[in-house]
Design a protein around this ligand. Structure first.
Ligand SMILES: O=C(O)c1ccccc1NCC(=O)[C@H](O)[C@H](O)COP(=O)(O)O
Length: 221
C-alpha cells in the first residue's frame, strides 16, 4: 500500500480533511529560511500536532542550521517524524534519531552516494525537487526514472515528492514504486490553504495506482 503524506498544513480544518481523506501522514513546516505561505510558528505546529488523531503520523518539516537546532525544534513541537532539508552527515542524523524522533532526510534523486550513506541510520528518505536553496514546495517534478533507481539502490523506505497532484500521482507511483508519496502545493486552493476535494482525489489516486483495494476509498465515493 502506498503511504500518503500531505504537507504544509496550516490550520485544523485542513488537518481534519487530510485525515478524513485517508492520508497516513500530515506535515507542518517550521523554521525555514525561505518565504513560503506554508510556514507556521513552532507553537502553532505544536497545537496542530496535538490535535491530530492517534493514527495520523505527524511530520515536522524544517531546514535547520544545525543538528542542535533540529533537536530543539523536535523537543518543542513534538512530532512523530522530523523531515530535514539540508546536507546533514550520517553521524548527525544518527545522533538526532537517538533522541527518539524518527528522521527522514531529503535527498536528491541523482545523488545515490548520499542516499546510500544516510540510509542505514534513518527511517526513510524523501526524494524531492528542491529549489536552489534546498527548500521544497516547488511544485516541480523531476526525473522519475532517477527516483526509481534510487528506490532500487537503498534498503530503506523512499517517499516521492515534487510537483505531484491528483492528475499525475498515479503515473508517478507506477513509475517510481515508492513506499510513499508527498504533496504540498498540488492540493492547495491558495497558498497555505488546502483544497479538500483535491486532497481526497490525491489520496484516492495514490492508493489506487497499484491496484490496491481500499475500503476507505469506496466509502468516500
Ligand atoms: O512547502 C514548502 O513551502 C517548503 C519550504 C521549505 C522546505 C520544505 C517545504 N516543503 C516540504 C514538503 O514536504 C513538500 O511536500 C514537498 O517539498 C513537495 O512540495 P510540492 O512540490 O509543492 O508538492
Amino acid at each position: 500500500m502506498t503511504r500518503v503524506k500531505v504537507c504544509g498544513v496550516t490550520n485544523e480544518a485542513d488537518l481534519d480533511a487530510v485525515d478524513a481523506a485517508g492520508a497516513d501522514a500530515v506535515g507542518a513546516i517550521c523554521d525555514v529560511p525561505v518565504d513560503t505561505p506554508r510556514e507556521i510558528s513552532r507553537e502553532h505546529a505544536r497545537g496542530l500536532f496535538a490535535a491530530a488523531p492517534p493514527f495520523l503520523t505527524t511530520v515536522l518539516v524544517t531546514m535547520p542550521d544545525s543538528i542542535d537546532h533540529a533537536r530543539d525544534l523536535a523537543r518543542e513541537v513534538g512530532p512523530d517524524v522530523l523531515q530535514l532539508h539540508g546536507e546533514f552527515a550520517a553521524d548527525d542524523l544518527d545522533s538526532l534519531r537517538a533522541t527518539g524522533v524518527r528522521v527522514v532526510p531529503v535527498v536528491d534523486a541523482t545523488d545515490l552516494d548520499r542516499a546510500r550513506a544516510v540510509a542505514p541510520v534513518v527511517d526513510a528518505v524523501l526524494v524531492d525537487t528542491p529549489s536552489a536553496s534546498g527548500a521544497g514546495g516547488t511544485g516541480e517534478t523531476h526525473d522519475w526514472d532517477a527516483s526509481r533507481e534510487l528506490v532500487e539502490a537503498v534498503d530503506v523506505p523512499v517517499v516521492l515528492a515534487g510537483g505531484l497532484s491528483p492528475d499525475n500521482v498515479a503515473e508517478a507511483v507506477r513509475t517510481v514504486e515508492p513506499d510513499g508519496v508527498d504533496v504540498a502545493s498540488g492540493v492547495e486552493a491558495s497558498g497555505g490553504v488546502k483544497d479538500h476535494d483535491a486532497v481526497r482525489a490525491f489520496v484516492a489516486a495514490a492508493k489506487a495506482a497499484r491496484g490496491e483495494s481500499d475500503d476507505h476509498e469506496e466509502a468516500l465515493a
